[in-house]
Design a protein around this ligand. Structure first.
Ligand SMILES: [Zn+2]
Length: 460
C-alpha cells in the first residue's frame, strides 16, 4: 500500500478534533442541534488551520445517514464518500482552477437535480476569492435565491478579495492560527501513533516553523521522518531545517557579556559560511531573546533543551532588562533595514559590533541616580524633560528602553556643580534648572544628551 502523508491520514474527522477553533465549533454545534442551518457559510483563515476539514465535517454532520448530528458516524456510505471527496451530493470546487462564469453556470445546473440519499446538496468552494468577477456575479444570483436544501460553504485565505455582496449573504467565521503548544500536542499524538521516536524539544521548532498551520506542521514532520533517523533530536531538526541552535545564541550572548567583538563577529561569520539566511537568523535570534527575557522575568518557558536552558538561566542573570531590550531593538531595526539594504551582511555585522559593546554602556537613569547621590542634584523638571521611560516587559513589539549614554567626565560634573551652586551667594536660594538651561550652560553635557536622542553611544 502506498504511503499516506500524515496531513491526510490525520485530517480531523470530528469537530472535537479541530484545534483552537472552539468558537466556530460551538456555533455549528448549536446550528445542527437546533436545525437552524444557514444557506451560505464563509470560512476564512491562513492555510492549514482547518477550513476544508471543518467544511467536510459539517457536510458529514448534515448528510450522515445515521442522523443529523454534530458527531457524524464516519462509517455510513455518505460519511465515507464525503471523507474521500466522492459524494455525488457534495461538490468540492477549487476556486483557483474553476474561476470562470461557465464553471458557476455548470454548478447552477447541478443544483437543479434532487439529491440522491442526502438531506442537503452541499457546495464547497475552496479559495473562493480566486473566482472571476463575472463568476462572482453569477454566483450572487444563486445566493440571493438558493434552491431549498442547498448549503454553500466557501473557504478563503484572502477574504478581502471576496465581493462584499457575497460576504453579506454568508455567515462568516474567521479561523485563528493554531497556538504552538496545541500543534506540539497534536504532533506528539501522531508521532506516538506512528511509533516515531522524537524528543519533545525537537517538536518545538517544527511547531514554530508551521506558523499556526496544522497541515504544515504534519508535512514538516513527514519531511523529518523521510530522513530515516531512528531517534530524532533537536540537532537533527536544526540540521534538516537549517536552524541555528540555542547553544549558538548562548555563545553569542556569552561573547557579548565579555564585550568580545572579535568572537561575536567570528561566530557571525561561521553562521554566514553555513549559508543560513540573515533575515531568518535575526528572526531566530529575536525568538531566542524573547525566551531569554521571559527567563529573566521568571516566566516559565517550555520547549527549550535542558542544557541550553540552564546556560540561558546563568547568562540572563548577568544582563539587565535594559540591555536585553536594547539588543532586541537593534535587531528589530536591522531586520527592517535588511529588506532595503544592498549589503545585508555588512549591515548585520555592524549591528553585531554594536551589540558586542552593549554591556559597556550605562543607562541615563543610572547616571542621573549616581549624580544625585553625589550632591549633583538635578531638579525634577530636568529629569522630566529627559523623560525617562519606565522599565517594561516586551509585548509583541518591545518598547523603547532607557537610553544608554556615557557617564559624564569629571570636568562635566564640575560644571554641573557650578550651575547648581552659584558662587555669588553664600546662601543660595534653591533654583530649578530646565534641560535647556543645563544644555546652554554645559556644552559637553548638551553634547552627550543630544547624542542620546539618536539612541546609543559607546561608553568610556
Ligand atoms: Zn454517517
Amino acid at each position: 500500500m502506498s504511503y499516506e502523508v500524515l496531513a491526510r491520514k490525520y485530517r480531523p474527522q470530528q469537530f472535537s478534533e479541530i484545534y483552537s477553533q472552539e468558537h466556530i465549533v460551538r456555533i455549528f454545534t448549536n446550528a445542527i442541534e437546533t436545525g437552524r442551518i444557514g444557506q451560505a457559510y464563509l470560512l476564512t483563515g491562513s492555510r492549514g488551520v482547518g477550513k476544508t476539514s471543518i467544511a467536510r465535517i459539517l457536510a458529514k454532520s448534515l448528510n450522515c445517514l445515521e442522523s443529523l448530528s454534530v458527531t457524524p458516524c464516519n462509517v455510513c456510505t455518505n460519511c465515507v464518500d464525503i471523507s474521500k471527496g466522492n459524494s455525488s451530493d457534495v461538490t468540492e470546487i477549487d476556486g483557483a482552477s474553476h474561476t470562470g462564469v461557465d464553471d458557476v453556470r455548470e454548478l447552477q445546473k447541478e443544483l437543479l437535480y434532487v439529491t440522491t440519499s442526502s438531506r442537503y446538496r452541499i457546495i464547497i468552494i475552496d479559495e473562493v476569492h480566486m473566482l472571476s468577477k463575472n463568476a462572482f456575479n453569477a454566483l450572487l444570483k444563486t445566493l440571493e435565491e438558493p434552491p431549498s436544501s442547498v448549503v454553500f460553504i466557501f473557504a478563503t485565505t484572502e477574504p478581502h478579495k471576496v465581493l462584499p455582496t457575497i460576504i453579506s449573504r454568508c455567515q462568516r467565521f474567521d479561523l485563528k492560527k493554531i497556538p504552538v503548544e496545541m500543534i506540539i500536542k497534536r504532533l506528539r499524538y501522531v508521532a506516538d501513533l506512528e511509533k516515531i521516536e522524537i524528543d519533545d524539544e525537537a517538536l518545538y521548532p517544527i511547531a514554530k516553523k508551521a506558523d499556526g498551520g496544522m497541515r504544515d506542521a504534519l508535512s514538516l514532520l513527514d519531511q523529518v521522518i523521510s530522513y530515516g533517523i531512528t531517534h530524532i533530536t533537536i540537532r537533527e531538526i536544526e540540521e534538516i531545517f537549517g536552524l541555528v541552535g540555542y547553544d549558538v545564541f548562548n555563545r553569542f550572548m556569552d561573547n557579548v557579556l565579555q564585550s568580545n567583538t572579535r568572537d561575536v563577529l567570528n561566530l557571525f561569520q561561521e553562521i554566514s559560511i553555513q549559508g543560513i539566511d540573515i533575515q531568518e537568523f535575526i528572526n531566530d535570534f529575536l525568538e531566542y531573546l524573547r525566551q531569554f527575557m521571559y527567563i529573566k522575568l521568571n516566566i516559565k518557558q517550555e520547549g527549550i533543551e535542558q542544557t541550553a536552558l540552564s546556560t540561558m538561566q546563568d547568562l540572563c542573570k548577568q544582563f539587565n532588562e535594559d540591555e536585553i531590550l536594547y539588543i532586541i531593538n537593534y535587531l528589530i531595526e536591522t531586520k527592517n533595514n535588511l529588506r532595503i539594504s544592498a549589503s545585508p551582511e555588512i549591515l548585520a555585522e555592524l549591528t553585531f559590533m554594536k551589540i558586542a559593546k552593549i554591556t559597556e554602556m550605562k543607562s541615563l537613569k543610572s547616571i542621573l541616580e549616581k549624580m544625585s547621590s553625589t550632591n549633583y542634584k538635578f531638579q525634577s523638571n530636568l529629569q522630566q524633560s529627559i523623560n525617562i521611560p519606565k522599565k517594561s516587559i516586551p509585548a509583541a513589539e518591545p518598547q523603547p528602553a532607557v537610553p544608554l549614554i556615557t557617564e559624564p567626565k569629571p570636568a562635566v560634573q564640575e560644571q554641573i556643580k557650578t550651575i547648581e551652586q552659584p558662587s555669588v551667594s553664600n546662601n543660595p536660594a534653591p533654583k530649578t534648572y530646565t534641560f535647556e538651561e543645563v544644555k546652554e550652560a554645559i556644552p559637553n553635557l548638551a553634547e552627550f544628551m543630544t547624542i542620546t536622542d539618536s539612541k546609543f553611544i559607546k561608553g568610556n
